[in-house]
Design a protein. Structure first.
Ligand SMILES: Nc1ncnc2c1ncn2[C@@H]1O[C@H](COP(=O)(O)OP(=O)(O)OP(=O)(O)O)[C@@H](O)[C@H]1O
Ligand SMILES: [Mg+2]
Length: 325
């Protein structure tokens, strides 16, 4: 696939992509955009959100979360890993008897398990992701060609991705240790699984991203396949050089008077200086990140929550310019 915006051509050849980054930087938007894009191009894609995060459901207009994969549009499904359901599924699968589960795990006992065992809920989450990414269809091929996880923000995301290794070390032997080892091997297999880091071009997100890059490779031992700088302010259309900008300012002043011109240009100046600052952060990321960077423009939003991911998807595919011509 020939992708725009500097995304590596092999990005969507992975089976599992985990989108993470600081809170509010655009993780859900990017995950949804990747889903829409790949489904349109003919891949069977599963979007996964975790725990009580319902932003993906919201983007696609669902009121509630669903543990069962739900169809969004051709080739695209969504599910939310509800921890209680994952525990029930695991126990029923192991014990093979729903009644036993009901007896022991329903309500308070289950709640006790989830609260008492540190990392159990995270282990159930990655367990479910691993399970879905390795599901086989009736014909024998993978049920989903690509699973995309809208992962929690940085800190939680890291502990989630590390929990399988920790569980394997703690349990050492037995079925849980074996499963945890299998999950960890899958997450750290760079042919199958990759991280996508999203950031804004602002001080804190950039600092956190540089740290996360280091943690991803050194600590998690996972491949970062893409680093995406989101919401880059577009150039003011048609104006590239300083002289053109100054010309336009003089022209406006002559046509509409100083007051109107100043009011208008204060907004333009702000947008330009913001973009200038963003480009400095981009450069900092480039220097310290040590990998190819992709940028996504800031899209003006309309009412429909799916509009940002759709625009991002079109932009990645090269169907729109996002104001950068
Ligand atoms: N390129 C973009 N242009 C314009 N708006 C965007 C863009 N990317 C994301 N947004 C908007 O920014 C807001 C935050 O994005 P999003 O919800 O995807 O972030 P997040 O990282 O998933 O946040 P959280 O950490 O809360 O889960 C949303 O309103 C989204 O529509
Ligand atoms: Mg989100």
């Amino acid at each position: 696939m020939n992708l725009k915006v500097g995304l590596p051509a092999t990005l969507f050849d992975h089976r599992l992509l985990i989108v993470t980054g600081k809170g509010g930087v655009g993780k859900s938007t990017v995950a949804a955009a990747f889903g829409l894009l790949n489904a349109r191009l003919g891949k069977k894609v599963l979007l996964v959100s975790l725990r009580e995060d319902d932003s993906l459901a919201e983007i696609f207009g669902f009121r509630d979360l669903s543990y069962q994969p739900r169809s969004i549009e051709p080739n695209l499904w969504i599910l939310n890993v509800i921890v209680e359901e994952a525990l029930r599924e695991y126990v029923v699968e192991k014990v093979k008897f729903e009644q036993v589960y009901k007896l022991f795990f329903e309500n308070r006992v289950m709640q006790f398990f989830l609260e008492a065992a540190p990392g159990l809920d995270e282990l159930l989450c990655v367990g479910k992701i691993h399970y879905m990414a390795n599901l086989v269809s009736r014909k024998g091929g993978p049920k989903y060609d690509l699973v995309i996880v809208d992962a929690p923000a940085t800190g939680h995301g890291v502990s989630l991705l590390k929990v399988a290794r920790t569980a394997a070390q703690v349990a050492r032997v037995g079925p849980i240790a074996a499963k945890a080892r299998e999950i960890d091997a899958f997450l750290t297999d760079s042919n199958q699984t990759a991280l996508v880091l999203v950031t804004l071009l602002e001080e804190l997100p950039v600092t956190e991203t540089i740290e996360l890059l280091k943690v991803s490779t050194d600590d998690l031992q996972m491949k970062v396949a893409a680093l995406i700088a989101n919401k880059l302010f577009p150039l003011i259309r048609g104006i590239r050089a300083e002289e053109e900008y100054a010309d336009l300012r003089r022209f406006m002043e002559k046509k509409r008077g100083k007051e109107v011109s100043e009011a208008l240009f204060s907004v333009c100046d702000f947008a330009r200086s913001w973009r200038g600052r963003q480009l400095e952060y981009l450069e900092q990321l480039r220097r310290k990140g040590g990998m190819t960077l992709s940028t996504l423009p800031f899209f003006m939003r309309d009412q429909d929550p799916v509009s940002s991911p759709r625009r991002v998807a079109e932009y990645i595919e090269g169907l729109s310019t996002g104001g950068e011509e």
